[in-house]
Write a protein that binds this ligand. Structure first.
Ligand code: HEM
Length: 451
């Protein structure tokens, strides 16, 4: 059966003027990029004040993310746009503060603890199966609801039906719609006195007030010895071996905000694109269903031990993360003068690492725009992936939730596809870069329960 080529955004012509590029960037970062980024090893992008370098060459990506991360700290343009929501969370900090935060967060996400989050994830999946209706469905809304439910249940042991969880979810949706991934003014390195309009500021305030109440309630439960054994309790009781301290209330609100943002936006994006690809590829959908029937049964409850055996479903999820990496671009800054491919990279230059372009790069991948989950069975693909596949980034700042997200993605895809037959609607979703890779007008699918 011929494989499908799911939608990819258009690129701008090479000769677009600076003004034209800026206008395009404002509308959608993807369409402001030229087509040559899918073949180039590196591209310099000049703005009036600074240069940025988009790096697609695997050894240079390794240098920046893996080998010398201290020389390429996270750029403050990320902190700029996200600060009102994330404060000093682990996502935006650098140096000693970041180091301390990771020491306290990582134990909660260790592979050994994933098993403890499994029942909560499955509970969220079961709730989604009763919520979903047959017929034409906007699946991005449903997966956002589901992924937010997973985060609430695993972090705070509460389902999304609880009124505060619902309020946080709604405020996050409003924030996501209002806030671009990067501020154009920041990207151009406009001076700090040029006023920025952070449109998500009011929503950020609502979210932080709600999260603050949840965290302080949890502090009381911990003090009274009555706290549930979930991720929030684990993180809030982890003592930093270097300082002997636990996270303060403010610190913890910062971290919880990033778990919600990084944890539900990304997983929701991956799940909805995954369901879309399966809807368009009946053979892949059939293979997932057959695998789930063979491993879990037609009715049986999903158990933690089933998930590693769902090999093809995992390959589907990997392929979706390749074609639609939820975090399309990572931004670092050169701390000192560098030379890349015989080009001077002055200190302060932005180094952009783009999973989006690496994953569809014509030099590295065969048929890069084709959805082909079977490719992951080849040694050759796994070899390419070591160099050119980084949906969770790499190096010391690799996503803290990568193992959690893989467990969640495979489980929820399997649960939904076992219950529903899915097919595409007439509307073709066009990917746009918001905080994550979303579809411009949502993703519409037809759902019908399998008999
Ligand atoms: C499919 C789902 C996910 C994807 C594709 C993803 C991807 C990423 C990527 C690419 C980064 C690096 C960003 C950068 O360096 O600029 C990152 C960082 C991070 N992610 Fe994820 N993520 C996912 C799910 C999660 C989940 C479920 C959690 C937690 C519940 C999480 C927590 C974090 C945190 C805390 C960071 C910051 C790490 C640091 O800077 O040290 N992510 N994620």
């Amino acid at each position: 059966m011929p494989r499908i080529k799911p939608p990819k955004p258009g690129s701008r012509p090479d000769d677009t003027s600076l003004l034209g590029r800026l206008k395009l960037f404002r509308a959608d970062m993807f369409r402001s990029q030229p087509e040559r980024l899918y073949t180039a090893q590196m591209a310099r992008m000049r703005t009036p004040l600074y240069s940025s370098f988009l790096i697609n060459q695997p050894d240079l990506v390794r240098t920046v993310l893996d080998e010398r991360p201290a020389d390429f700290p996270k750029s403050d343009i990320i902190a700029g746009t996200l600060k009102p929501l994330l404060g000093n969370s682990v996502f935006v900090t650098n140096g000693d503060i970041w180091d301390r935060q990771r020491r306290m967060i990582d134990p909660a996400f260790e592979a050994g603890r994933l098993r403890e989050s499994f029942a909560a994830m499955r509970g969220a999946g079961e709730a989604a199966l009763t919520r979903l209706r047959e017929g034409k469905t906007e699946i991005e809304f449903e997966t956002a609801h589901l992924a937010a439910d997973v985060i609430f249940r695993t972090l705070f042991s509460i389902p999304i039906t609880e009124s505060r969880a619902r309020e946080v979810f709604e405020a996050f949706r409003a924030y996501q719609r209002a806030q671009p991934l990067l501020s154009l003014l920041d990207l151009m390195r406009a001076p700090k006195w040029v006023p920025r309009r952070y449109r998500g500021r009011e929503h950020a305030h609502v979210i932080r007030t709600l999260l603050s109440a949840l965290v302080s309630e949890r502090q009381e439960l911990i003090a009274a010895g009555r706290a549930p054994d979930d991720l929030a309790t684990k993180i809030m009781t982890t003592v930093d071996p270097a300082t002997g301290e636990v996270f303060s209330l403010e610190d913890m609100v910062d971290q919880v905000a990033i778990f919600f943002l990084a944890g539900h936006e990304t997983s929701a994006a991956a799940l909805s694109w995954g369901l879309y690809c399966l809807a368009c590829d009946p053979e892949a959908q059939r293979d997932v269903v057959d695998e789930v029937h063979a491993i879990v049964g037609e009715q049986g409850a999903f158990e933690f031990a089933h998930v590693p055996k769902l090999r093809f479903t995992r390959d589907v999820f990997r392929e979706v993360l390749r074609l639609y990496p939820p975090v399309p671009m990572m931004v670092r800054e050169a701390a000192k003068p560098e030379r890349f491919r015989n080009t001077k990279v002055p200190p302060g230059s932005l180094c952009l690492i783009s999973p989006w372009h690496m994953h569809r790069h014509q030099t590295y991948w065969d048929a890069p725009d084709v959805f082909d989950p079977w490719r992951w069975q080849d040694e050759a693909t796994r070899h390419v992936a070591k160099e050119a596949y980084l949906p969770f980034s790499k190096g010391e700042r690799v996503c803290s939730g990568a193992g959690f997200a893989m467990l969640e993605g495979v489980l929820l895809l399997a649960m939904i596809v076992r219950e529903f037959h899915i097919s595409p609607c007439a509307e073709v979703p066009v990917p746009v870069a918001h905080l994550t890779v979303r579809a411009e007008n949502g993703i519409w699918l037809n759902l019908s329960r399998r008999v």
